[in-house]
Design a binder for this molecule. Structure first.
Ligand SMILES: [Zn+2]
Length: 351
């Protein structure tokens, strides 16, 4: 100020307000300074997003290579009702059904475009859509851990709860579905698709387990973790092992999204999590992943990472919904700079 007379100082002030400040705002908002997201490689059609009690909106996600219509199906809580909702939302407009097929478009999509099922665990909210649709489905493979396959084989497709549409278990076998047991940490090809997958065991209220899948396609990946509790409460290192496995994929932006469940809003007592996550535990686990990346030399590696928040239980009390609460709680403690996405049934997400 010493060097300027009053008029000069006024000019500087106007220069700052009218020119420098807008330039600064423009630069901060411009993509040059924002986290540049990786090129989108996958398409997800959300057939079901919730974790109960709404029986027409339960975990079920179709995944395709971007702009392809050949899907693998991650869990199948609400399958056919989800296809119908996505169809009415115009998400399958590019799929053309031969006029002489004699099928409803939704049924044709179920039969022709859903190529395989990868099931995290056999709880009803992850398989009921598959069971309900089975009479109108076509021959496919169901992938799951030995525990998941055995539960479905022994307790569902057994002619007592439902006819046996599979190729193992109670006689008579209708052989529509082929069971494929997947071994933890062993990559496998999803039959009839360009997808690979590798499974990891997670704990879903000890001793019950669930399965996470690392899905690959031409060098790009997504990670699907459905129902699980945090390592600290489940007294395991299962999630930590997954984080160790994917840290370089995160850092190299080859991991395009993590699907992760968050059943309840906070506060939630540890003994009332029942093998699930709440925002505080979700952030804690993702912060652990961030730390592992940093330990390997990749700092702030989670900035802009897509985390699709699944399995929210809508709750039965009036007032603020669980979705709103969870969204707020995650954003308030989002120090890693994650791009949290709360999926809606009948929407398409590209990542
Ligand atoms: Zn479950």
């Amino acid at each position: 100020m010493y060097f300027f007379n009053y008029r000069g100082a006024g000019m500087i002030k106007r220069f700052v307000i009218l020119i420098l400040f807008p330039i600064l705002v423009f630069l901060l908002a411009s993509p040059v300074y924002a986290q540049v997201p990786p090129e989108t490689k996958f398409t997800c059609i959300v057939l079901g997003a919730g974790g109960g009690i709404e029986d027409d909106n339960l975990s079920c996600f179709l995944i395709a290579e971007k702009d392809s219509s050949d899907f693998i199906c991650l869990d199948a809580g609400s399958l056919y009702s989800g296809i119908k909702k996505a169809e009415s939302a115009g998400l399958f407009n590019e799929i053309l059904i031969p006029e002489n097929s004699g099928l409803l478009k939704s049924a044709a999509i179920l039969q022709n475009n859903v190529k395989a099922y990868l099931i995290s665990h056999a709880h009803l909210d992850h398989i009921s859509g598959l069971v309900q649709a089975s009479p109108s489905d076509t021959q496919k493979t169901i992938y799951g851990s030995s525990a998941t396959i055995n539960f479905i084989k022994d307790n569902i497709f057994n002619w007592q709860i439902w006819p046996n549409f599979a190729d193992e278990g109670s006689e008579f076998q209708l052989k529509k579905y082929h069971y494929q047991v997947v071994e933890p940490n062993v990559e496998f090809q999803v039959t009839g698709t360009s997808f690979t997958a590798k499974s990891f065991t997670v704990s879903h209220q000890e001793p019950y387990t669930s399965t996470a899948f690392l899905i690959g396609n031409n060098g790009n990946f997504i990670l699907y973790i459905c129902d699980t509790g945090p390592d600290a409460i489940e007294k395991t290192k299962n999630l930590n092992t997954i984080w160790e496995n994917i840290s370089t994929l995160v850092a190299s932006k080859k991991l395009h999204a993590i699907f992760m469940e968050c059943s309840y809003p906070d506060p939630r007592k540890a003994n009332e999590l029942f093998g699930h996550l709440s925002p505080v535990w979700m952030i804690s686990e993702l912060t652990n992943l961030e730390g592992i990346c940093a330990k390997n030399g990749f700092h702030q590696a989670l900035q802009g990472l897509n985390v699709i928040v699944t399995g929210i239980k809508p709750g039965i009390k009036s007032g603020e919904t669980s979705v709103e609460l969870i969204k707020k709680q995650l954003s308030e403690s989002n120090n890693p700079g994650i791009n949290f996405i709360i999926p809606l049934q009948g929407e398409r997400i590209d990542f």
